[in-house]
Design a protein around this ligand. Structure first.
Ligand SMILES: [Zn+2]
Ligand SMILES: [Zn+2]
Ligand SMILES: [Zn+2]
Ligand SMILES: [Zn+2]
Ligand SMILES: [Zn+2]
Ligand SMILES: [Zn+2]
Length: 418
C-alpha cells in the first residue's frame, strides 16, 4: 500500500515559489521538497556567498551517475539551471532558502538534489491548458481535424498525446496503429462539460525535438543521454551514437524509483511510531512508579520522624519529672535536717534556761567542763550555715537541633544543676 493513500498531505500540493511567493514558474524541487521557480533559484545562487572549495555538492556526482542511467530530464534541468554550459559535476546548487530561514540549513558538505516539480507542472500547466482547450472545444463545430486536415472533417475529440483536435476517422485510426493505440483521447463534449485534463493520463508524453520542432523525441542517445528524434539519430552529432527507444531508456530509472518507494510502507513508519509510543508509555509508567515510591517513602519517614518527636517529648517530660522529684527529695531532706537543728536549738535554749533558774553549781560546772558552750557555738555555726545556704538545683531550657541537625531547628533540653 502506498503511503500517500494514508497520508493525503504532500509537499507537492504547494504550488507557490518559496522565494518570490508567486505561482511556480518552471518549478524545481530541492531535496527537502521545497519548490522554487527555476529563475528564482538561479538568482538565489548568484546572491549566495562563495562557498569554500570543499563545499561543492558531492550529490551532483551521484546525479551524474543517475543521468547515465537514463534520467535525461535531470540533465536537461541542470543545464537549464546554468545555461553557461557549466559541467554537471562542477555545478553548485544553492542551499534551500526556506530551510535556511527555519534554521534547518544543510551543512556545506551535505548533498543537494534538484528535480522538476511535476506536480506544479501538471496542475498549473493542465489548468491553463484545459482553459485554453475548453475555449477551443466550445467552437469545435467550426474546427477541422488537425491531424488529417481534410475539409469538412468534423472534430470530435482531443488527443492529449498528439495535443491535437481530431476527427472520428482519426480516432479510429489511432486505435488501429500500435504507436497511437495508447494515446489518451478525450471527447470535445467532455472538455466542454468541464473535464479537467489533469485527470487525463498523459504519462511519458514525448517532447518536441529542439532541433526538429516538427518531430517528437522518441529516441534516447545512450552516449549523450538526451532525448532525440529519428532525424537526430542520423545527424552528424549522434550518427555514431547507439540510440534506443526513449521509453526503454527511462524504464530502468522508473523501475528503480518504483521499487524504492514501494518499500516506504506505512507499517515501517507505524512500527517506529509504536516503538516511540511504547517508550513514552514506559517512561510514564516509571515516573508513576517513582512518584508512588517517593510518597510512600516520605510517609514512612514522616511516621518515623513523628515517632522520634513523640519519643523525644516523652523522654523530656520524664526528665522534667525526674529532675523535679530529685529536687523535691533534696529540698525535703534539707527541711528535715533544719527541723532537727531547730529541735536541738530549742532543747539547748531550754537547757540554758533551766540551768540559770534551777541548776546547781555542780551541774553548771559539769556543763562548762563538758564543753556546753562549744556545743552552742557549733549549733550557732550550723544555723548560720543553714541561713547562708541557698536553695539547690534549677530547671533550664537549652536549644539543641533535634531532629534535623542540618536545619538547626530549635528544640529544648532540660538541665538540672546542683
Ligand atoms: Zn519564484
Ligand atoms: Zn527546504
Ligand atoms: Zn482527421
Ligand atoms: Zn494521438
Ligand atoms: Zn531532432
Ligand atoms: Zn549523442
Amino acid at each position: 500500500m502506498a503511503l500517500s493513500k494514508n497520508n493525503p498531505y504532500s509537499l507537492g500540493d504547494d504550488l507557490t515559489c518559496g522565494i518570490c511567493e508567486g505561482k511556480l514558474r518552471n518549478g524545481q524541487f530541492l531535496k527537502c521538497f521545497h519548490s522554487f521557480c527555476d529563475q528564482c533559484l538561479r538568482q538565489e545562487k548568484k546572491r549566495e556567498p562563495e562557498r569554500p572549495k570543499s563545499a561543492s555538492f558531492p550529490g551532483i556526482g551521484n546525479s551524474a551517475i543517475s543521468v547515465a542511467q537514463g534520467v535525461f530530464r535531470v540533465a536537461t534541468n541542470f543545464f537549464a539551471l546554468d545555461p553557461d554550459g557549466e559541467e554537471i559535476r562542477g555545478l553548485k546548487l544553492p542551499a534551500c532558502p526556506i530551510c535556511k530561514r527555519n534554521g534547518k540549513a544543510e551543512t556545506h558538505d551535505s548533498r543537494q538534489y534538484f528535480f522538476p516539480n511535476i506536480f506544479a507542472e501538471m496542475k498549473i500547466g493542465s489548468v491553463d491548458f484545459t482553459d485554453k482547450l475548453r475555449g477551443k472545444a466550445e467552437s469545435s463545430d467550426t474546427l477541422i481535424c488537425e491531424s488529417c486536415q481534410e475539409n469538412n472533417c468534423k472534430v470530435t475529440s482531443f488527443c492529449s498525446d498528439c495535443k491535437q483536435f481530431i476527427c472520428a476517422t482519426c480516432v479510429v485510426a489511432h486505435k488501429k496503429l500500435s504507436v497511437t493505440r495508447n494515446h489518451s483521447i478525450v471527447s470535445t463534449n467532455d472538455i466542454k462539460n468541464g473535464k479537467n485534463l489533469v485527470d487525463v493520463d498523459n504519462a511519458h508524453t514525448y517532447s518536441t525535438c529542439s532541433s526538429h520542432p516538427s518531430s517528437l523525441s522518441t529516441k534516447l542517445c545512450t552516449i549523450c543521454q538526451v532525448a532525440i528524434c529519428t532525424d537526430c539519430v542520423s545527424s552528424e552529432e549522434h550518427r555514431m551514437h547507439p540510440s534506443i527507444d526513449v521509453k526503454d531508456g527511462i524504464k530502468p530509472f522508473l523501475d528503480e524509483a518504483s521499487t524504492l518507494v514501494s518499500r516506504f510502507t506505512p507499517s515501517r513508519f507505524d512500527k517506529i511510531v509504536v516503538a516511540h509510543l511504547e517508550h513514552k508509555k514506559a517512561i510514564a509508567d516509571k515516573a508513576e512508579e517513582l512518584r508512588k515510591q517517593i510518597i510512600e517513602d516520605a510517609d514512612i519517614a514522616r511516621a518515623e520522624l513523628l515517632q522520634q518527636l513523640e519519643d523525644k517529648k516523652m523522654s523530656m517530660l520524664a526528665k522534667v519529672s525526674r529532675v523535679e522529684s530529685d529536687s523535691t527529695k533534696a529540698t525535703n531532706e534539707l527541711i528535715k535536717s533544719l527541723e532537727e537543728l531547730r529541735i536541738k536549738a530549742t532543747t539547748a535554749e531550754n537547757y540554758v534556761d533551766v540551768l540559770k533558774r534551777r541548776g546547781t553549781v555542780s551541774n553548771i560546772l559539769m556543763a562548762r567542763r563538758g564543753g556546753f558552750v562549744d556545743l552552742l557555738k557549733d549549733l550557732t555555726a550550723d544555723i548560720a550555715n543553714k541561713e547562708s545556704s541557698k536553695t539547690q538545683g534549677t530547671l533550664r531550657l537549652h536549644t539543641t537541633s533535634f531532629p534535623f541537625p542540618r536545619y538547626q531547628l530549635k528544640w529544648y533540653s532540660l538541665q538540672y544543676s546542683e
